[in-house]
Design a protein around this ligand. Structure first.
Ligand code: CP
Ligand code: NVA
Length: 303
């Protein structure tokens, strides 16, 4: 069975280190042969996207491959035929499958039945490419550390679940400031807490979460598929807004991160997003480099 990236926990700590090294080489332009030469990549999107779609569609040809953009209008995953059959068919045409969709079970099933690697480009549960790109961005901006302190304020969503997944593989102090009923996935929290090298704190107090942090991170309060809950979530999460007052509680060297798209004035203020500590557009750029590294890494494992 090929190796896939359905969640960050599919990779070991040693493999993550190799991936970040490969990403650094990708970014410097040191990978000159075209490792995807002669291969097509199915890019399946059943949710909207700017960064993920464009960075894969730009990155695949840079590696010599051919991207095929597919939406649920054509394939109706799990409806027109089983996910398993779609996986078997796609594997006869393409060298890799990237998918952004709602259900994590669809990504897991694709990975189980495909004979090519599957890369998760976001589900309701996790967003691994984002958090891997973000960790790479931290490595670029922060002094080396055995255990960075990352504070997340806001909704306990797919991005938070991926940070917790990262904490279950590598040492991380991850503090979440969120409301009682906007917490991340409980089984993913338990797994992260089981890593003795990581420290997981979940608090209702945003200042406690951010205090002394190296990174202060936020994301939209209502994710794709939940936009009808936007006002209700805004009421619960208002006190977790990332603004300049809250940022004062972080370490003086702290960087500000957001996976984007941002709803400026809601979860983050303009002042913080456009301020000197913000690295949000570096994160967006690094999606391109990390995804190229992920594709090459997974395809190399098949050799
Ligand atoms: N951060 C991110 O995944 O952006 P898109 O939803 O635009 O792809
Ligand atoms: N949590 C957000 C991330 C978007 C990149 C969402 O799922 O909509």
């Amino acid at each position: 069975m090929p190796r896939s990236l359905t969640q960050i926990t599919d990779l070991s700590a040693a493999e993550l280190k190799q991936l970040f090294d490969l990403c650094a080489r990708m970014k410097k332009g040191e990978i000159t042969p075209k490792p995807l030469s002669g291969k097509s990549v199915a890019c399946i999107f059943t949710k909207e996207s700017l960064r993920t779609r464009i960075s894969f569609e730009v990155g695949i040809p840079e590696l010599g491959g051919h991207p095929i953009y597919v939406t649920d209008r054509e394939i109706k995953l799990g409806e027109r035929e089983s996910v398993a059959d779609a996986a078997r068919v796609l594997s006869r045409y393409v060298g890799l499958i990237m998918i952004r969709t709602f259900k994590q079970s669809h990504v897991d099933e694709l990975a189980r039945y495909a004979s090519v690697p599957v890369v998760n480009g976001l589900t309701d549960l996790v967003h691994p490419c984002q958090v891997l790109g973000d960790y790479f961005t931290m490595l670029e901006h922060l002094q080396p550390s055995d255990r960075y302190k990352v504070a997340y304020v806001g909704d306990g969503n797919n991005v938070v679940n991926s940070w917790l997944n990262l904490a279950s593989v590598i040492p991380l102090e991850f503090r979440i400031g969120t409301a009682a009923d906007t917490q991340p996935d409980s089984s993913i929290i338990a797994k992260a807490k089981a890593n003795p090298d990581s420290r997981i704190v979940i608090t209702g107090d945003p200042v406690e979460a951010v205090s002394g942090a190296d990174v202060v991170y936020t994301d939209v309060w209502a994710s794709m598929g939940q936009k009808d809950q936007a006002e209700e979530k805004a009421k619960k999460l208002r006190k977790y807004q990332l603004n300049s007052e809250l940022l004062k509680a972080a370490a003086p060297h702290a960087i500000v991160m957001h996976c984007l798209p941002a709803e400026r004035g809601r979860e983050i203020t303009d002042e913080v997003m456009d301020g000197p500590q913000s690295v949000v557009f570096d994160e967006a750029e690094n999606r391109l480099h990390i995804q190229k590294a992920i594709m090459v890494f997974l395809l190399d494992l098949m050799k």
